[in-house]
Design a protein around this ligand. Structure first.
Ligand code: SAM
Length: 243
């Protein structure tokens, strides 16, 4: 591969993902800002505005990490809302819990350690499901999509924000250079961890392109599946409805 990163066996993936996020948890929010030039904030805002949250809704943010998406949802609705932040990595959740205490947001957020592939929530229990920069780390994406569909109520919305594939040739070259050369270098410089960031870049390259991912969402049972590219596909927001 361009980065020299070895192909990862499926059974090693969960372990590797676990290590990556344990290593990056404490620097995660700073690194997000550095690597996206702050753009991830706008992308998450776009995700939440598409979700169009309403007071009293019951929402599940999977791979919710340090709570970035959940805090934004809370900002747009009142505190009656229940937002579950589910993540497989307790270190990421712990950073999120600390942020919640600092912000005085202790009532509406529920932090739950759990796996996107086997959610510990009942069928038809959620009004909304979001997953931001998370699904490409999941070992069996199809399973995570079926689980998303299972936990949503009828009329519930699935929204996925993910780094995707750039389809404009010149921009693609610039983006490839940025991601394969600059990101691991910044990871090493700032977080002292080149490998974790190299893994993150490699996982973007392997993630299915927009149209294929849309088909996977439909295969999981979702209707009205569509996607929106941001910055020519650097990021895409896929959505679907459970009817
Ligand atoms: N959504 C947050 C955000 O946008 O800031 C965090 C995104 S972070 C890049 C990816 C997160 O996915 C990590 O916190 C990681 O622990 C979590 N993750 C990876 N595999 C997972 C799985 N199978 N189930 C739940 N969370 C998972």
């Amino acid at each position: 591969t361009i980065s020299g990163f070895k192909e990862v066996r499926e059974e090693d993936k969960s372990q590797l993902v676990g290590n990556v996020f344990t290593n990056v948890a404490s620097n995660y929010d700073l690194m997000n800002d550095l690597m996206s030039g702050g753009l991830h904030r706008l992308w998450k805002e776009r995700l939440v505005s598409k979700l169009n949250p309403f007071p009293g809704m019951k929402h599940l943010d999977v791979a919710g990490g340090t709570g970035d998406v959940a805090f934004r949802i809370l900002e747009t609705v009142n505190s009656e809302t229940e937002i579950y932040v589910c993540d497989i990595n307790p270190n990421m959740l712990n950073v999120g819990k600390k942020r919640a205490v600092e912000r005085g947001e202790t009532k509406s957020l529920i932090w739950a350690e759990g796996d996107a592939e086997a959610l510990d929530f009942p069928d038809n229990s959620m009004d909304g499901y979001t997953i931001a920069f998370g699904i490409r780390n999941v070992t069996h994406i199809e399973k995570a999509l079926v689980e998303a569909h299972r936990v949503l109520k009828r009329g519930g919305r699935f929204l996925c924000l993910e780094l995707s594939h750039v389809d404009v040739p010149l921009l693609k070259q610039v983006y490839d250079y940025y991601s394969f050369s600059i990101i691991p270098a910044v990871g090493e410089l700032v977080a002292g961890d080149r490998e974790s960031y190299q893994y993150l870049v490699e996982s973007i390259r392997r993630f299915p392109p927009q149209d294929k991912f849309a088909l996977m969402i439909a295969d999981a049972g979702f209707q009205k599946v569509e996607y929106e590219n941001l910055v020519a596909g650097v990021v895409a927001i896929h959505s679907g409805l459970k009817l």
